[in-house]
Design a binder for this molecule. Structure first.
Ligand SMILES: [Zn+2]
Length: 259
């Protein structure tokens, strides 16, 4: 009987917890925005405290400007933060609540402003579409059978899982790649964000081609959580006509070059 009550309870909870993300897809949602943003803030502070921040003023300003442009395009009112981490790893992330970090190792691969806008647009897309909350909900079901977790990231027994759900698990020893569906959603909105901000969206295709070419020689860290750079060219090109319309309509026109 207990089991039946449990099942009914779980079913009801799941029915309540299902919502739609901003891409219109139904998603499982057991963690509130506030909880996700708090965990995002705490994980961000944790990573930054263990990292060497770049002192390159030009690069910091460049990332800040591009990031603010992308944030504005997203139309989401987060407490945005942008940091540049001095590390040769080819990686970048955006945690729930708009906490963005770009590693210096990705800068040569991004190659130019538009490439950086493509990377940041994609990462911001994951955050805005609440992919972390969905992944965390799935992990909660799998690992804890729905018991509540502490929102305190630092002390949580599920720290690794929380980090993995947010796309930064490799830092904490757990890899959890985003799904193909998450990837194509993030690609699609990321392309729109960069185009609206005045960065040529065609540069996104070139960026992931460069990333793919790098894979055989020096596997980029970003590909451990964002698989299949080859597959995304199709999704990007399928959405290119709309992105180019937004780009043409954008009141801003950004230069491609770095400086
Ligand atoms: Zn991704």
């Amino acid at each position: 009987m207990k089991l039946i009550y449990g099942s009914i309870f779980t079913f009801t909870l799941l029915a309540i917890a299902c919502g739609k993300n901003s891409a219109g897809r139904r998603t499982l949602n057991l963690v509130s925005d506030d909880e996700m943003n708090t965990m995002g803030d705490e994980a961000y502070a944790d990573i930054l405290s263990k990292s060497q921040l770049s002192r390159n003023t030009t690069l910091n300003n460049q990332i800040l400007t591009i990031g603010q442009n992308i944030a504005q395009s997203s139309g989401v009112d987060y407490d945005w933060k942008f940091s540049v981490i001095e590390e040769e790893t080819v990686n970048a992330f955006c945690l729930p609540g708009g906490k963005v970090a770009v590693y210096t190792g990705i800068v040569p691969v991004a190659a130019n402003n538009a490439g950086l806008a493509a990377v940041m647009g994609h990462e911001v897309g994951h955050a805005v579409l609440r992919h972390s909350a969905e992944r965390m909900s799935q992990q909660l079901l799998l690992q804890t059978g729905l018991s509540l977790i502490s929102v305190n990231f630092e002390d949580s027994p599920y720290k690794g899982i929380i980090a993995a759900a947010m796309g930064i698990g490799t830092t904490y020893g757990i890899e959890l790649p985003f799904s193909r569906l998450d990837e194509s959603e993030a690609d699609k909105v990321g392309l729109e964000y960069m185009a609206k901000a005045g960065y040529d969206p065609r540069e996104a295709v070139k960026l992931w081609e460069r990333m793919g070419a790098l894979e055989s020689s020096r596997p980029p860290e970003i590909l451990s959580t964002h698989p299949d750079p080859a597959n995304r060219a199709k999704a990007l090109n399928d959405h290119m006509a709309k992105a180019l319309e937004l780009y043409e309509a954008s009141s801003k026109k950004q230069t491609i070059n770095l400086n």
